[in-house]
Design a binder for this molecule. Structure first.
Ligand SMILES: [Zn+2]
Length: 81
């Protein structure tokens, strides 16, 4: 029997959504999952670049998609049982 276990990858609870996440890259110093990390980056980008119009709409669309993804993950992990 062989167990798949990756050494050196720290698992933590995401500070934003609370789900278990693994640090795959050097994402800031904060412990956030990749979705929350990307949402944060996009939100920063919106305010840093003062996005408007189509660019803003696109950024918000991307955030909504990531949030929906998180919701789906959360529902899946608590749903049945
Ligand atoms: Zn998260």
């Amino acid at each position: 029997m062989r167990r798949h276990f990756e050494r050196g990858t720290a698992v933590f609870d995401c500070e934003v959504c609370g789900r278990k996440a693994r640090n795959t890259s050097d994402q800031y110093q904060r412990r956030v999952c990749s979705q929350c990390n990307e949402i944060g980056e996009i939100e920063n980008g919106i305010s840093d670049n003062n996005l408007t119009g189509a660019e803003l709409a696109q950024a918000e669309k991307r955030i909504a998609k990531l949030r929906a993804e998180l919701k789906r993950i959360a529902n899946r992990s608590k749903g049945r049982g």
